[in-house]
Ligand binder design. Structure first.
Ligand SMILES: Cc1cc2nc3c(=O)[nH]c(=O)nc-3n(C[C@H](O)[C@H](O)[C@H](O)COP(=O)(O)OP(=O)(O)OC[C@H]3O[C@@H](n4cnc5c(N)ncnc54)[C@H](O)[C@@H]3O)c2cc1C
Length: 315
């Protein structure tokens, strides 16, 4: 055994886990087939909020730990991609949230001027500019001595060969790699427009596959969205794109005329029973820790999950 820890997967979950492990003194190699910009994580809206993720009893602690880390990154937004932005979650009564909500500063019912009709929740939360944040994570990993290699694995046993430990952060890839029949894609489509002056975010997720949200990012405004369970096409659908713009313009009319800069599609890695974050002993004496299935909130929980990976490896 060579004493190395192999992290498989270069999205926000793999990169954050690799950073925590490298900074704790592990010799880390991260394997990923492509650049971080080619992952689902790069498509994410980047808003801190536990949406479409389970199990509820573990998510709160992971999310609060991540909130604490993001708060420490806000003074260098150009570098880290982290900013505090105010906004409204529609149809989200304060008393319907989990116990974690009591630990989040400043959550309150929206006033009529901020959002009507009723049931709007006002919050000031971290928003991560994901392409910038992923690049920053990569730099932080390399600064801690971690090595990044372009590599696709066909089995976790291949990664385990000779290594002390393997951390499986392959998101939707875990469906085939583990294999895990509980994994399914939840397709999300976004439209990227020139920002016509919107400086707050808004979400209304509803119960069907259509949602309405906008999130300001540097130089652009992200418009959403969809949550289509089981759909796996990465092709943006033009009709869906027009409907997204129309729904967002229904709330902020200036969005109707905003120049379209691009279209994005990502597949949320959702898992029946929720995130799999657990340790397995390997036959050759090594350790395998799974960290996948973060659904619609991988950015929101990445640091709490990474800390737990480190604890499981050292257990
Ligand atoms: C439209 C949209 C909006 C979203 N908005 C938000 C948001 O506002 N806030 C939030 O918290 N979350 C959001 N999410 C959810 C978030 O994007 C995911 O939960 C998160 O990206 C999952 O991260 P991950 O690292 O597990 O997966 P990924 O980013 O998919 O990374 C998986 C990595 O594993 C690699 N991999 C897979 N198979 C193999 C293999 N066989 N060998 C080697 N490497 C492999 C992949 O190449 C990739 O590098 C959104 C998602 C979508 C689609």
């Amino acid at each position: 055994m060579n004493g190395e820890t192999i992290v498989v997967g270069g999205g926000v979950i793999g990169l954050t886990s690799a950073v925590v492990l490298a900074e704790a003194g592990h010799r880390v190699r991260l394997w990923s087939p492509g650049e971080p910009g080619a992952t689902t994580s790069a498509v994410a809206g980047g808003l801190w909020w536990p949406y479409r993720i389970e199990p509820e009893e573990r998510v709160g602690a992971w999310a609060l730990r991540s909130l604490e880390v993001y708060a420490g990154l806000l003074d260098r937004p150009e570098e880290t991609g982290a900013r505090l932005v105010s906004g409204v979650h529609a149809a989200t009564p304060l008393d319907g949230l989990g116990a974690w909500a009591a630990e989040v500063d400043g959550l309150r019912a929206a006033t009529e001027a901020e959002y009507t009709p009723g049931d709007g929740l006002w919050a000031r939360l971290p928003v991560l500019d994901m392409p910038t944040h992923l690049t920053w994570l990569l730099g932080r990993l390399e600064a801690a001595g971690g090595r990044v290699e372009r590599r696709t694995v066909t089995s976790l046993a291949e990664a385990a060969e000779g290594a002390r430990a393997v951390v499986n952060c392959t998101g939707l890839g875990a469906a085939h790699l583990v294999p895990d029949a509980g994994m399914r894609p939840v397709r999300g489509q976004l439209v990227v427009v020139e920002n016509p002056g919107v400086d707050t975010w808004f979400t209304h997720t509803g119960t069907g596959s259509e949602s309405t949200y906008f999130i300001p990012q540097p130089g652009r405004l992200l418009l959403g969205g969809t949550a289509e369970a089981g759909a796996d096409s990465l092709e943006p659908d033009p009709v869906t794109a027009r409907e997204i713009v129309a729904r967002c313009a229904g709330l902020r009319p200036e969005i109707a005329g905003a120049r379209v800069l691009g279209h994005r599609v990502g597949l949320r890695p959702e898992r029946a029973g929720g995130v799999r974050l657990e340790r397995e002993e390997l036959p050759g004496g090594g350790v395998l820790v799974h960290n996948y299935g973060h659904g619609g909130a991988g950015v929101t929980v990445a640091w709490g999950c990474a800390d737990e990976v480190a604890a499981l490896l050292d257990a």
